[in-house]
Structure formats: C-alpha cells, structure tokens
Design a protein around this ligand. Sequence first.
Ligand SMILES: CC(C)(COP(=O)(O)OP(=O)(O)OC[C@H]1O[C@@H](n2cnc3c(N)ncnc32)[C@H](O)[C@@H]1OP(=O)(O)O)[C@@H](O)C(=O)NCCC(=O)NCCS
Length: 160
Amino acid sequence: MLGNVQQPSPELAEHEKVSDQVKITQKDLEQDGFSKNPFFHGIIAEVPEHLKSRDGHTKVGYSLYFYTYSSWKGRAVYMEDLYVMPEFRGKGIGKALMSKVSQLGLAAGCTQLNFTVLDWNKSSLDFYLKQGCWDVTSDLGYHCMRCEGDALENLAQGDL
Ligand SMILES: CC(C)(COP(=O)(O)OP(=O)(O)OC[C@H]1O[C@@H](n2cnc3c(N)ncnc32)[C@H](O)[C@@H]1OP(=O)(O)O)[C@@H](O)C(=O)NCCC(=O)NCCS
C-alpha cells in the first residue's frame, strides 16, 4: 500500500554513509512538507500488520520528491529519496514506489524524472538502469553542483 510520508528515515543517510550531513529536524519536515505550499511531497510503502518488520515497522519504504522545471523540456519531477528497508528489498516495493512517483509526475504534466545516485552505489545504479533510466553524467557530462554555507551567504551578498 502506498500512502503519504510523514518523516523520511535516517536509514537512507546511513546507507549512503552521510549521516553526519543530516541537519534537518522533524519540525522542518512538517513545515516544509505539510504546509499550504509544500516544498516536497512524499509517499510511503506500507505492509499489513502481520508482515511487519522484525523491529515492528509497517512503513517499510518511502520516496520523497518535488517538482522542478527545465527551460528545454518544461515540467519535471525530481526524486530526492528512494528507500526500502533491507529486509523488504527484492519484493517489488522500490519499483512500485518509483512507478507511483512517475505516475504522479506524468499526471502533473512532467516529461522527465530526475535523480542522482552515488557513484559507488552500483546496486542502485543497476536497479535504475533496469527501470529504463539513463546516466546523464556519463552520457551528457553533467556534474551536480552546489553552493552552501558561507559561499552561499557570500554569493547572496555579492561579496566574493
Ligand atoms: C534501490 C532500492 C530502492 C530497490 O528497491 P527494491 O524494493 O529492492 O527493488 P525491487 O524489488 O522493486 O526491484 C525491482 C526490479 O529491479 C530489479 N533489481 C533490484 N535491485 C537490483 C539490482 N541491484 N540490480 C539489478 N536489478 C535490480 C529487481 O530484480 C526487479 O526486477 P523485475 O522487475 O524484473 O522483477 C533498494 O535496494 C534500496 O532501498 N536500496 C538502498 C537505498 C538506496 O540506495 N536508494 C537509492 C538511493 S539513490
């Protein structure tokens, strides 16, 4: 069953070995995902009570996404997170979550689903290739760029 997400899991950050970079709070998530004009949307994968995880969870996967825009192709959906708990992998849940995000994107008029994957995450890269996705970094040479912290402040102030 796919429902609405309330809080992304820190397990994905642990899996990607970047737990130290998680600064967000539950309050931020509630404000940014559940206000009148949300910054993000999310869906969760939920299993029936009798199939719950060893730790007693019934919410076993999620995807967090938001809408972006391409000046070449128009509306696009960006999938920020896709995660399935280890003991529930290989059962079609990741594919179902990604399929649902694609359905929602198409229904909103999007022509692209974009996301990034870490270079060492070969298993997920293979999963995405199997879903018909392609690697724009290797094929088109795109690099993901970022500006944050002091650099962002300086940029905003025109103080380089
Ligand atoms: C990537 C992830 C979401 C896949 O979810 P999943 O529920 O295990 O995948 P599914 O069972 O839905 O697999 C769907 C299809 O992909 C295939 N597949 C799954 N993992 C695969 C892999 N590593 N390589 C190739 N194919 C794979 C399955 O065989 C299945 O094929 P089928 O449709 O022909 O039966 C899950 O492994 C995960 O949460 N990984 C850790 C978090 C992560 O790395 N997320 C991505 C961050 S960018």
